[in-house]
Design a binder for this molecule. Sequence first.
Ligand code: SF4
Length: 686
Amino acid sequence: MEIKYVSTTCPYCGTGCGFNLVVRDGKVFDVAHWQRAPVNGGKLCPKGRYAHEFINSPDRLTKPLIKKDGGFVEATWDEAYDLIAEKIGSYKPDEVACLSSARTSNEENYLMQKFARVVLKTPHIDHCARLCHASTVAGLAAVFGSGAMTNSITDIAESKCVFVLGSNTFEQHPLIARSIIRAREGGGKVIVADPRLTPTAKQADLYMPFISGTDVAILNGLMQEIIRNGREDKEFIASRTKDFENLKEVVMKDDYSLENVSKTSGIPVESLRTAAEWIATADVATLIYSMGITQHTVGVDNVKSTANLMMLTGNMGRPGGGVNPLRGQNNVQGACDMGALPNVFSGYQKVTDEAAQKKMKEMWGVDELAEGRVGYTVTEMVNVLADESGKLKAMYIMGENPMLSDPDLHHVEEGLKNLEFLVVQDIFLTETGNFADVVLPAACYAEKDGTQTNTERRVQRWKKAQDPPGEAKEDWKIICELGSKMGYPEQFAFESPEAIFNEVAAVTPSYHGMSYARLDPDGLHWPCPTEEHPGTPILHRERFAMPDGLGVFSPIEWKPPAEVPDAEYPYVLTTGRTLWQWHTGTMTRRSWSLEKEAPIGWIEINPEDAKELGIEDEEVVRASTRRGSVEIPARVTPEIIKGVMFIPFHYKEHPANRLTHNALDPVAKIPEYKACAVKVEKITEE
Ligand code: SF4
């Protein structure tokens, strides 16, 4: 019996913890702590601890499948590739779209966007960052010139005031929560604003429950209070920023007095006043946010407002400070960095920029690329499919499951049914895979080499621990074989992920100085522009990444969510995640240690609302919105503010996204998962 330990990076959240996969006779059978792991020092949350359990599930896809007469039949790789090449190759570039995956490696995301742009010549390439942090990328880039977490995870521990807004860090990024605890141990104050009394909120020195969708009003109110008390950082504002007067004009309006913000948000005046004082007077303060901020029709406005607050108080470019969006999936930062987005190549080089196009054509050895225009986002793809039938005819989806993750699932289903040809590449047959014409079996994180980039911009290695099951292959290998088959053998002649990474480093300025040798064992934070550069854990120390080096204040007015409660749908519905499950559950629901802790969905209802509705705890109720209905057990709890209800979105049996709607942020095209109008009823026997 041979036992070996292979150090790699967790496949779940964007924290990027390292652990050892324990391999016996060629098969992974456990996870063991890797004490010198750079992000987590050997500690793991339950998802990471049990990240081996789904790897050898009997449900893994092991052979290509082709749909015949409404059912799937096993096929050879050649049969599957021939069919894909013939069908996808027959459409015009504008009729085909690709979805890349934040669960796959940097190398694979890079190849997927290259495949879309070089082989299919389509501009329509996107991935699920659209559903979580597209507003971060757009909002922070507009303010700072760079759309990513500004400080590192360990740096949060240096803070003297941690303001957590719209992030349940203790459940969703537990190993980042350790830094919050350390900040507190070092004398820092913790403020948490959330409609739910989450495990994160329970750790706060000041907890501010608020009505979902009122973030800008709260942030403007805090800024008004700080300015009224003369506590803004005048020196920082003068030397490092511009357009402060424009900001002031808006935030000093009567609408944003503490009294009015209290009425809008439900937060007591005294709490707002205390929060403003703590943020402004701390030696250094940091703001942490996640999807509570981004998943709104005003997601970009929300993000810009967080940046306004931290520039106003001079907390940028300093240890213990910054604006720190916590990215969701393990490699969502990397998938964005690699250009799996409709508007940029890798390193955020704009597709509309002629110099960038020329550079890519030369590097890729082609005369022609996808037109230099911005393609459809994920959400636009679904809208086009459902509402403009025939415009988009074929899709290639790698490692995404829109039939559970996207808003308004009825709409998504209509769209997928309108496709003439769908390829889904995944490790399990998902809800989306059921709609496919061809399913390609992929290797999981434990079965390949590669890199991923965590939320703090740290690029880290994955290392192969076992072979993929049956005939499953690494995503990078599949894309290379398909690209070669479709006429581009030279462009996809990679022998290894390392060879792909070397091309990434060559064309991506922020990755220029990276190589596999340099990434072992601690990784490197981008930007890392040269081979001697140590990486950049803290951004914007001397100047912002703008041509003039200045951060830009953005005056933002508060706007209510696209759908607000009314007589028919009188409550606000918000959605989110649990500690024990991950996204659409493809991996965690096949991990028995996790699944047994949280096997079914629920709707959280405040006791006062439950009493008015005559609903008991654990009673199965019907939750309905204008999009559909779900029958789901009630969890009656004072841990959610009156008037707001919450459903986790992991469960296909109780799909929260049957209820959510697809109203989009006009800039980032992110849907408003965090607020729509819902009604809840008792289910009575007919
Ligand atoms: Fe994995 Fe995130 Fe848990 Fe770390 S905190 S072990 S990266 S799920």
